[in-house]
Design a binder for this molecule. Structure first.
Ligand code: SAH
Ligand code: SF4
Ligand code: F3S
Length: 435
């Protein structure tokens, strides 16, 4: 029996898919190379913008064909779109056998049984399933052997007015520190070198537990023997304080990289988004980060065309991008999400103008990204070798999360090696191993 999982969306969904693969593996399933050979197809969906919504429906249309050759094949839909609109999807695509929400994943074995017996297996509950932590006991099945995600907090307590996530993932729930450390220990024993702590809002870790803070968790993870690198995503600017920044600077394994979404540069728009900081406050945190960690690589998310955004507001975003000099910027056009407060606001700008702003912003960033990467030429950096492409071609990442292509020898997979960068491109670096 074979399974195939198609994942849309963010790190949370990637991790959930890895857990579902773990569950299916426990049940005796093998991964299928091609969805056409699968007995179970799972589509793990995202609903953060309208585009991913549409992509899900077209993927489902494609996967439907699996039933031609294999009428017993099961098609399941889960993730954030399923949580938000599972019944609608079922109506639009009645050939689906299973639909379940973001906190019901641990019930996959039961749901699969139900679907196999010919019934529709549906489990979408509005409140958080208290049993969701059962998922923690399953191992993840990862593509990358040496770096692994570990969920530390689920849900989000912020209420950014444009965002669907609080509705699809619920309130913040931090995982107990002992359980996180146990998972880290297990991963390290399995050969993992880099631990990537994830959540929609990792910097809020521990607030609901009351007795532990995010920076304390960083120290605890670093103390697990064998952890060579630590990353975390996503940090919210509001919760990023000096004690976290100090810990980042102090702990040798914490990588010099941070994704810190600003969303917009204009205070008027930031306030309409309810982000809880001004441009000045955000830039102060960036300044602090650069002071404590001078070679830090920064990245961000931007929304262009939020309701009420004028050209002057947009120019404030451009100003921030030029000032911070991010290594990478992920920019999106605003997309109204049903049920969010911003969905009721009037869109003031014409979509063509917004598209123009978006492409202008991306072009500005292209030059900055290249400039940042060019600074690496001639430098020696530590690379974790993550992939062997054959013919001696290896791919790895720097601590600053830059992709590095290099020519190496065998047996370097999973090793941290020193590499001299010979060439910088916009999205990657090329280097040579230092003996
Ligand atoms: N928790 C993270 C973001 C999660 S969503 C944070 O607070 O930064 C990932 C990104 O999608 C966001 O940073 C935002 O830039 C984008 N996004 C979210 N909702 C959106 C919407 N309605 N329209 C366009 N982009 C959106
Ligand atoms: Fe969405 Fe804001 Fe929560 Fe991020 S912090 S997930 S943007 S509500
Ligand atoms: Fe998408 Fe859900 Fe993540 S909406 S961005 S998959 S939390």
């Amino acid at each position: 029996m074979k399974y195939y999982i198609r994942t849309f969306g963010c790190q949370m969904n990637i991790y959930d898919s890895q857990k579902m693969a773990g569950i299916l593996k426990n049940l005796g399933y093998e991964p299928a190379e091609d969805w056409k050979d699968a007995d179970v197809i799972l589509v793990n969906t995202c609903s953060v913008r309208e585009k991913p919504d549409q992509k899900v429906l077209s993927a489902l249309g494609e996967f439907k064909k699996v039933k031609k050759d294999n009428p017993n094949a099961i098609i399941g839909v889960c993730g954030c779109l399923a949580q938000r609109a599972g019944y609608e999807i079922l109506q639009k695509a009645p050939f689906i056998d299973m639909v379940f929400g973001t906190t019901n994943i641990h019930h996959l074995p039961k749901l699969l049984e139900e679907a196999k017996s010919g019934n529709k297996a549906v489990e979408i509950i509005e409140e958080i399933d208290q049993g969701e932590v059962e998922l923690d006991k399953y191992p993840t099945v990862r593509e990358n052997e040496y770096t692994a995600y570990v969920t530390i907090i689920r849900g989000c307590d912020k209420a950014c007015t444009y965002c669907i996530v609080p509705y699809t993932r619920g309130k913040e729930r931090s995982r107990r520190i002992g359980e996180i450390l146990q998972e880290v220990q297990f991963l390290v024993e399995d050969g993992v070198k880099e631990i990537h702590l994830i959540g929609q809002n990792v910097t809020a870790y521990g607030k609901d537990l009351g007795d532990v803070k995010f920076w304390e968790l960083l120290y605890a993870v670093a103390n697990v023997k064998g952890v060579e690198r630590i990353r975390f995503t996503t940090g919210h600017p509001r919760d990023l304080d000096e004690s976290i920044i100090k810990a980042m600077a102090d702990i040798p394994q914490v990588c010099e990289a941070l994704h810190l979404p600003i969303q917009a540069g204009s205070d008027k728009i930031l306030s309409a988004m309810d982000r809880g900081y001004t441009q000045k406050e955000y830039l102060k945190k960036i300044e602090l980060l650069k002071k404590y960690i001078p070679n830090i690589a920064l990245s961000t998310d931007i929304i262009v065309g939020f309701p009420g955004e004028t050209y002057q507001d947009y120019l404030q975003t451009v100003k921030v991008i030029k000032e911070v000099e991010y290594d990478q910027v992920f920019a999106f056009k605003y997309s109204p999400r049903p049920g969010t407060p911003a969905a009721d606001l009037d869109i003031t700008e014409n979509p063509e103008i917004v598209s123009k702003r978006l492409s202008e912003l991306i072009n500005i960033q292209k030059d900055i990204s290249l400039k940042k990467n060019l600074q690496y030429e001639g430098k020696i950096v530590e690379v974790l070798v993550e992939e062997d492409k054959g013919n001696g071609e290896l791919v790895g990442r720097t601590r600053t999360n830059k992709l590095v292509h290099l020519i190496g020898r065998n047996n370097l997979l999973g090793r941290l090696i020193d590499v001299k960068i010979s060439q910088a491109n916009r999205f990657s670096l090329v280097g040579e191993i230092i003996e």
